[in-house]
Design a protein around this ligand. Structure first.
Ligand code: ATP
Ligand code: MG
Length: 565
């Protein structure tokens, strides 16, 4: 915490860049990239990587490429390419002309593989996947050489060319780098660099039936794009020797430095595309953009702001050790941002009718309501007040305890922006005893919600005029998982067993201020005393207003921090 306004965040990666700039290692250039595989939607973890990579380019006047790491045609789709672009732009970053695809390098990658074969550094292996696994050895035991390891260069060149020509079925042969089957680093035990896949690729179509592996492709793509700092997550630390080995063997234009940082983990959240895909495919959520999803498209629909997400990414920082971030920090960032920007309006989520007996029937008066006390420029609006209004059902209690400061028989409260009212009696359903209406009187001398005689009330309620209220549906969200760590499960179960069955609560028949009738998709508001809400962009239409609660008002995280600090 304690980020200084305007100061550049400092972290170990920036220190490396500073040092490289001092020593002129890359001639003072800073070139990064964000390299998603288009096999799913981006999530908040990717936002950390985007902010880091694009943020370095911005602050060091360098460049950041958007590179699609599209080497696995079976799981990749154009839909994902498009969503990724939309999400990166929405977060506020621009790759300009610098959009690349690893598939654009397939020909070059193939030529480099031929070069490795010529140098005796790669061979075609006929072992099947299972045999390769057996030969690989374990962490404690060295691997064994494949019987095909010593094929001649000519034979390898011929077989690899025929692999490309489509002569062999999937899985029958692979091309492997010839490094060291006894290496203590398993990644160096002759890793596969090409496999046969007769599959249609979303960009190259049917031009290829051999596809390069990630480790081989990634370092070469970085070098071809003249990347200086290739930033990835910690699980690639053990792959760095392979990254460097490949580049050292080939006449590539430069040798980028791979730097690893800790990925983002968030409480109550899964951040693995494989798991998110399961949530979508098995319909535990309504698609990738479900407002409960930690995807950027889900967060956008929910109403999260890019500013809050970027602030969150700045605050969590960049470190070398894994940790889990409290999701309340993200909620804190949202509140900080929305508090300043969201217009404050009144919405009654669970309405009960209030009749103001001494208010003239048929009279309507317009009252002035401040739009946002945090932002004087936001101005004010007029809201209608009349004899019948709605208040929140939970703001009335027939038999109230002493410390109840809301409405109860004989008690006086303030109606926000309006008047003081005192409850006189209630109308009940004779059959059930349920309270149908609350009756009050108002004090005309308290217009605007302030008394002339200095009389104080403890409770202030929000309300809407019944005749003017607009109907709305409101969706309240809770964590998608019940456990802080969703992967914390009993033997034999998986993360889905921790799904929260009550992650969404749909409230229909809510009543909102008339001004909201014209609210459009993605507009954000503070509903007084209820939290921050956003117009749902999918299910709202001219006839039906649907709001998603972005985050409640309660600021437990900041309180905890104050207590702790
Ligand atoms: P996942 O683990 O969710 O499937 P991935 O690493 O397979 O993600 P990629 O599309 O390869 O997804 O990720 C693109 C970039 O985003 C990579 O550089 C990756 O390291 C980074 N990234 C992915 N997840 C996180 C995370 N949780 N925190 C930080 N960076 C991440
Ligand atoms: Mg990946």
């Amino acid at each position: 915490m304690g980020k200084e306004e305007g100061a550049l965040p400092s972290n170990f990666i920036r220190s490396i860049v500073d040092e490289d700039n001092r020593s002129q290692k890359h001639g003072g250039r800073v070139a990064t990239r964000f390299p998603p595989e288009p096999n799913g939607y981006l999530h908040i973890g990717h936002a950390k990587s985007i902010c880091l990579n694009f943020g370095l380019a911005r602050d060091y006047e360098g460049t950041c490429n958007l590179r699609f790491d599209d080497t696995n045609p079976v799981t990749e789709e154009v839909e994902y390419v498009e969503s990724i672009q939309e999400d990166v732009r929405w977060l506020g970053f621009d790759w300009g002309e610098r959009r690349f695809f690893a598939s654009d390098y397939f020909e070059q990658l193939y030529d480099y593989a031929v070069e490795l074969i010529r140098k005796g550094l790669a061979y075609v292996d006929d072992l099947n996947a299972e045999q390769i696994r057996e030969y690989r050895g374990t962490l404690t035991q060295p691997g064994k050489n494949s019987p095909f390891r010593d094929r001649s260069v000519e034979e390898n060149l011929d077989l690899f060319q025929r692999m490309r020509a489509g002569e062999f079925p999937d899985g029958s042969r692979v091309l492997r780098a010839k490094i060291d089957m006894a290496s203590p680093n398993i990644n160096m035990r002759d890793p596969t660099i090409y496999r046969i896949k007769h599959a249609h690729h979303h960009r190259t179509g049917d031009a290829w039936c051999v596809y390069p592996m990630y480790d081989y492709t990634h370092c070469i793509s970085d070098a071809l794009e003249h990347i200086t700092h290739s930033i990835c997550t910690l699980e690639f630390e053990d792959h760095r020797p392979l990254y460097d080995w490949v580049l050292d063997q080939l006449p590539v234009p430069c040798h980028p430095q791979q730097i690893e940082f800790a990925r983002l983990n968030l409480t109550y959240t899964v951040l693995s595309k494989r798991k998110l895909l399961r949530l979508v495919m098995e319909k535990h959520v309504n698609g990738w953009s479900d407002p409960r999803m930690p995807t950027l498209s889900g967060m956008r629909r929910r109403g999260y702001t890019p500013e809050a997400i970027r602030d969150f990414c700045d605050r969590i920082g960049v470190a070398k050790a894994d940790s889990i971030v409290d999701i309340e920090l993200l909620n804190f960032c949202l509140r900080e941002d929305l508090n300043r920007r969201a217009l404050r309006v009144m919405a009654v989520l669970d309405p009960i009718k209030v009749v103001i007996e001494n208010y003239p029937e048929g009279q309507v008066e317009m009252l002035d309501a401040e739009n946002n006390p945090e932002d004087p420029a936001a101005g004010s609006r007029q809201i209608p007040f009349s004899r019948e209004i709605y208040i929140e059902r939970e703001d009335f209690m027939e038999e109230a305890p002493k410390k109840y400061f809301r409405l109860a028989p004989g008690k006086e409260v303030r109606l926000k922006h309006a008047y003081y009212v005192t409850c006189t009696n209630v109308v009940k359903d004779p059959a059930t005893g349920q309270v149908l209406e609350v009756h009050c009187t108002y004090d005309p001398a308290t217009r605007g919600g302030w008394s002339q005689d200095g009389r104080k009330v403890k409770g202030t309620l929000h309300w809407v005029s019944t005749a003017h209220a607009v109907d709305a549906e409101v969706r309240l969200y809770d964590h998608l998982f019940t456990q802080e760590n969703p992967d914390d499960v009993e033997e034999g179960k998986d993360f889905l067993s921790n799904l929260n069955p009550d992650s969404v609560k749909v409230l229909t028949g809510c009543k909102v201020e008339p001004g909201l009738a014209s609210a459009t998709a993605q507009e954000r508001y503070q509903f007084l005393r209820q939290g921050y809400f956003c117009v749902d962009s999918v299910d709202s239409s001219s006839g039906a207003l649907v709001f998603n609660r972005i985050v409640a008002l309660k600021d437990s995280w900041a309180k905890e921090q104050r207590k702790a600090g």
